[in-house]
Design a protein around this ligand. Structure first.
Ligand code: HEC
Length: 121
């Protein structure tokens, strides 16, 4: 009986350890807000119209813009800006705002391989 209790305790401890490690691993893989914003920027093809680093193209230059992007991204704007309301969530929009503000700073993420867990290039 004593041994069984001991084994149960050990199993619980092991379970907690594994869960803790998995959580830490996932956190270690997540990029910072600007990085996740860059990921979304590429993934949703924003760059196709606004330029690779938001310097403008068929759409206006929006590098440096902040939280005010929420409305245009959610509902669309004018003739050319599609509505992304059903595709992106608030966190992704906030991350993209952080990304746009990071452009031309030393922390600007410039990777292209957004599909990689930790983009290498
Ligand atoms: C098909 C081309 C296209 C794509 C794709 C696109 N945009 Fe746009 N976007 C535009 C155009 C054109 C405008 C200008 C609309 C207007 O003012 O008439 C615009 C406007 C905006 C504005 C408002 C800028 C301002 O100062 O008024 C923001 C913010 C923006 N886009 C962000 C994004 C983000 C973020 C994405 C990706 C999720 C994206 N856009 C994808 C074409 C595009």
């Amino acid at each position: 009986m004593k041994q069984l209790r001991h084994q149960l305790k050990l199993a619980t401890m092991l379970g907690l350890l594994v869960a803790g490690l998995a959580g830490a691993f996932q956190n270690a893989l997540a990029l910072d807000a600007a990085g996740e914003g860059r990921r979304a920027w590429l993934k949703y093809n924003c760059y196709g119209c606004h330029g690779m680093r938001a310097g403008g193209g068929m759409g206006p230059a929006i590098a440096g813009e902040g939280e005010e992007i929420y409305e245009a991204v959610t509902y669309g704007k004018g003739e050319g800006m599609p509505a992304y309301g059903t595709l992106v969530n608030g966190t992704e929009i906030a991350n993209m705002a952080t990304y746009l503000r990071s452009i031309n700073s030393s922390g600007e993420p410039m990777f292209l391989h957004w599909w990689e867990l930790v983009p290498t290039q």
